[in-house]
Design a protein around this ligand. Structure first.
Ligand code: UT7
Length: 318
């Protein structure tokens, strides 16, 4: 994983917009987030990949594919995956970027597992990385307090033991959510012009209240449905690994699943919403702290722009 050094505290936001530490903490659970001052999403992702390569004694040439979940690619093209491939020396890999906003990592994880299951690939690198500060309007108090920058990576490997790894999933998209959370400018619909800049169309727009309602229901329902489908109770699940958008959404999902608080991964207080990076960031932190063990059942769960949402049941394999 990689998070930049620069910390933006709630006190900092009190100094730039009309807000308070109390409002941010009680409404979102966020205390701090990180900002990458120089560089782009590929820098966050490359540093995360290098961290994984070092800690897992992985040879870059062994990587068969690289999937990068992001909504803040360095450029429209080439894909961020290509930029990372070159920098880490993954000379035998192919790869691509995947756009599913806050569900990006969950969708990329599923795509990576499918590559492994096809039998054609042995090692797939899945990265969630976003430089959200690049598309955040720091005069908009509704949104600027929410987002931060980070990258985190996991390695999927082939195993003969089918009781390990991805066991089941439910993933969904619903385009009727397109008007609630988006960035309008810069694409083929609204190519960049002076007007798109003046109208602030290159920033995140979110109808927070509307998204909150569907996110809280969507994430809790899909996580519970996945448990039911697999005959699991709260006792069977070691951890919920939820997308970190709002502490209230995280808590509601954990409660619906019948999980005690310590079984719900959270680091939103330190990093805010890092979009595609939130779930792998939690996984890496909890794993390194010795909290996840081989055989633990994890439910990964997310909700994001699109709408996109879903949950995956994973048995931790190392
Ligand atoms: O990650 C992808 C998916 N996204 C999400 O899951 C985010 C979902 N939405 C949320 O997490 C929450 O809706 C927010 C955190 C964005 C907002 O929380 P809320 O409890 O829904 O607040 P609100 O938008 O209903 O606003 C309540 C009040 C408003 O004032 P009035 O109209 O009641 O007078 C806002 O203007 O809070 C005001 N407000 C603020 N006050 C202080 C909005 N932002 C701020 C702020 N500081 N930063």
């Amino acid at each position: 994983m990689y998070v930049p050094d620069k910390v933006l505290t709630n006190a900092y936001f009190e100094s730039i917009v009309d807000t308070t530490d109390e409002w941010i903490t009680t409404r979102t659970g966020i205390k701090e987030r990180r900002m990458l001052e120089n560089g782009a999403t590929s820098d966050l992702a490359t540093k995360a990949a290098e961290d994984l390569i070092k800690n897992h004694n992985l040879k870059p040439e062994e990587i068969d594919a690289i999937i990068v979940a992001t909504v803040t690619p360095d450029m429209f093209f080439p894909a961020t995956a290509c930029l990372i491939q070159e920098r880490i020396g993954a000379v035998n890999a192919w790869g691509f970027d995947l756009s599913a906003a806050c569900s990006g990592f969950l969708f990329a994880f599923q795509a990576g597992c499918s590559l492994i299951e096809s039998g054609q690939y042995k090692k797939v690198l899945v990265i969630g990385a976003d430089k959200m500060t690049a598309i955040t309007d720091y005069t908009d108090r509704n949104n600027c307090i929410l987002f931060g920058d980070a990258g985190a990576a996991i390695l999927l490997e082939r195993s003969e033991d089918l009781s390990l790894g991805l066991q089941d999933f439910i993933l969904r998209i619903d385009g009727s959510g397109k008007d609630k959370l988006y960035m309008l400018g810069g694409g083929s619909l609204n190519p960049p012009t002076k007007e798109t800049v003046d109208k602030k169309m290159h920033y995140i727009y979110q109808d927070g209240k509307a998204v909150f309602k569907v996110a809280v229901k969507g994430m809790a329902d899909v996580s519970y449905e996945l448990m039911q489908k697999n005959g699991l109770t709260g006792d069977d699940v070691a951890f919920l690994v939820p997308h970190q958008a709002n502490m209230r959404i995280i808590d509601a999902t954990g409660e619906r699943m019948g999980l005690s608080r310590e079984k719900v991964m959270r680091n939103i207080d330190k990093y805010g919403n890092t979009t595609a990076a939130t779930i792998p960031l939690c996984l890496v932190e909890y794993y390194r702290d010795g909290k996840i063990k081989k055989g633990d059942k994890l439910v990964l769960s997310a909700f994001g722009a699109g709408y996109t949402w879903g949950a995956s049941l994973v048995v931790w394999a190392i």
